[in-house]
Design a protein around this ligand. Structure first.
Ligand SMILES: C[S@@+](CC[C@H](N)C(=O)[O-])C[C@H]1O[C@@H](n2cnc3c(N)ncnc32)[C@H](O)[C@@H]1O
Length: 264
């Protein structure tokens, strides 16, 4: 796809203008280069389709309700990829020093520093305040990613530390066991009464599209998973998705947005 064919939504243009001061042609130029590099790491649809340029957290109805809490909250974004949603939170008034992006791929995080350079092409000074972590949450140390190097970060620093955890399009990439482990971990890093929001692909019944390597939850199975791992006051919104399917296929596919509180 040539740069001229990339369609940018209003929210994307506003984010990049406010965070970096760049215009549409520069967003498209950077988008093309990040897409090419990102696809070499992992071929996610959100990279291939340029969706990573859009601050997808804005499509979460629960995020809108939490906007006033954002400035004073310590927030952890699991599966942050290039960090688009984190930069949106900064634009929405979050304190960048209280924001943590986490991904298994540190290289996505590093590419985000290029995507969000300021309009002069220099490293964005706001980026120097953000905290980016890569690695495995079950290991004692994570990598704290800086622009030019990385240092070690004690994983247990995160215990009961977060007011809000966000996970956008991560759960459906995991097996049922991995998903449950991640939910337990999220519960562990939240403060008592802390909030977990996110988005995941869903269906009218729980299915395992890649032979149990990935999990598509139904609203019911997602609620059960959250309840049995220490969450309460769970709300799930299911928006039907148009997907190519066999006309005899009885399953309906959804995008699930959810909100849950760590039970006290
Ligand atoms: C489909 S992308 C979604 C990116 C972004 N959160 C969004 O909503 O568009 C999924 C991201 O989750 C990361 N990821 C996959 N498994 C993960 C895990 N177990 N823990 C943390 N990040 C993970 C991937 O590397 C990738 O960056």
């Amino acid at each position: 796809m040539g740069a001229e064919e990339i369609t940018l939504q209003e929210e994307t243009i506003t984010l990049f203008k406010r965070y970096c001061g760049i215009d549409v042609s520069e967003i498209k130029r950077r988008g093309q280069s990040i897409r090419a590099g990102g696809l070499q790491i992992q071929s996610y649809r959100c990279i291939d389709s340029y969706r990573f340029l859009f601050p997808r957290i804005l499509s979460n109805p629960f995020y809108k309700r939490l906007r006033e809490k954002i400035p004073n909250s310590r927030i952890f974004d699991i599966g942050c990829a290039f960090g688009t949603d984190l930069r949106q939170m900064v634009v929405d008034g979050a304190n960048p020093e209280l924001l943590y992006g986490f991904d298994i791929h540190g290289r996505f995080i590093r590419m985000g520093f290029d995507l969000f350079r300021d309009h002069t092409g220099a490293i964005n000074p706001l980026d120097l305040k953000l905290n980016f972590l890569a690695g495995n949450l079950n290991e004692p140390y994570l990598n704290l990613i800086h622009i030019d190097d990385m240092t070690q970060f004690k994983t247990n620093t995160l215990d009961s530390a977060m007011d809000l955890v966000h996970a956008g399009s991560v759960l459906h990439l995991l097996s049922e066991t991995e998903g449950e482990e991640l939910i337990k971990k999220i519960n562990h890093i939240l403060k008592s009464g802390g909030i977990f929001i996110g988005r995941t692909s869903g269906a009218s019944e729980k299915i395992y599209p890649e032979n149990r390597l990935t999990t598509i939850h139904s609203p019911k199975s997602l609620k059960e998973l959250l309840t049995s791992n220490g969450f309460a006051q769970i709300k799930i919104v299911a928006d039907e998705r148009e997907v190519i399917k066999n006309p005899n296929d009885a399953i309906t596919y959804f995008t699930l947005h959810f909100l849950a509180y760590k039970a006290i």
